[in-house]
Design a protein around this ligand. Structure first.
Ligand SMILES: Nc1nc2c(ncn2[C@@H]2O[C@H](COP(=O)(O)OP(=O)(O)OP(=O)(O)O)[C@@H](O)[C@H]2O)c(=O)[nH]1
Ligand SMILES: [Mg+2]
Length: 236
């Protein structure tokens, strides 16, 4: 095949793409042109190259998971989720009722239902648990002793709730940028996570609004747990 013919093939490919012909037609045409004038070794490698370039198609659909996100008011649920969605966390207001965000990751989309954490809303949380496949619990690591105790009670109730107790938990010890923040070890001990969550799948991640890498890493781990659960369901 001469240089001129190869150039012609490329030009014709450009033309077909511009005319929105389907990719298969491009390949068929190239196959035909190469068949006419190419030695067989050259033909197959060129075809492979064109196929790689043209036949990529849309990426496979990402699995979606429905999660519930809970935690006391001010823990930072909306702010963290907004940042994960590349939205500005400035001017975030307290969530009254609930709000839903589709949070995109490379290998999954998480449909996260955030439930407002104010005192008068928390008693309704359990009405919104149904259908959840995982739980995100956000706590303020720098909060007062009283609030930390309330957060611990809420987390324990969630870990033992019949609709949540078998689900993977991601526990975000947020506000780590503050000097008063408890370390991850302190949070683990104070929240009695090891005895209570024994045998469950959970991740405890220290984080803050400024540390998105740690946050994203913990979400990747959560997605792994969700996928494992999917595979188990298929095996059963
Ligand atoms: N310093 C610091 N401030 C944070 C952090 N995360 C959130 N905040 C601030 O905490 C305040 C409350 O954050 P929200 O995201 O509204 O908290 P929430 O958990 O959604 O609260 P509710 O919707 O009322 O349940 C906001 O002013 C945030 O900017 C953090 O990691 N560090
Ligand atoms: Mg909120």
């Amino acid at each position: 095949m001469t240089d001129l013919q190869i150039t012609e093939a490329f030009l014709y490919m450009d033309y077909l793409v511009a005319e929105k012909y389907i990719q298969l037609k491009i390949i068929n045409h190239l196959d035909y042109m190469l068949h006419l004038s190419c030695v067989s070794g050259c033909k197959s490698s060129m075809t492979t190259c064109f196929r790689a370039l043209c036949c990529k198609g849309p990426p496979p659909a990402r699995p979606e998971y429905d999660l519930v996100c809970i935690g006391l008011t001010g823990a930072g649920k909306t702010s963290l989720l907004s940042k994960l969605c590349s939205e500005s966390p400035d001017n975030v207001v307290s969530t009254t009722g609930f709000s839903i965000k589709a949070v995109p990751f490379q290998n999954a989309i998480l449909n996260v239902k955030e439930l407002g954490g104010a005192d008068n809303i928390r008693k309704y949380w359990s009405r919104y648990y149904q259908g959840s496949q995982g739980v995100i619990f956000v706590l303020d690591s720098a909060s007062s002793e009283d609030d930390l105790e309330t957060a611990r009670n809420e987390l324990h109730s969630a870990l033992q709730h019949p609709q949540l107790c078998t689900l993977p938990f991601l526990i975000l010890a947020n506000h780590q940028d503050k000097p008063a923040a408890r370390s991850v070890q302190e949070v683990k001990k104070y929240f009695e996570l090891e005895p209570l969550a024994r045998g469950k799948r959970w991740i405890l991640q220290p984080c803050s609004l400024d540390d998105m890498d740690a946050l994203k890493d913990s979400f990747s781990q959560l997605i792994n747990l969700l996928e494992e659960k999917d595979h188990e369901a298929v095996r059963m």
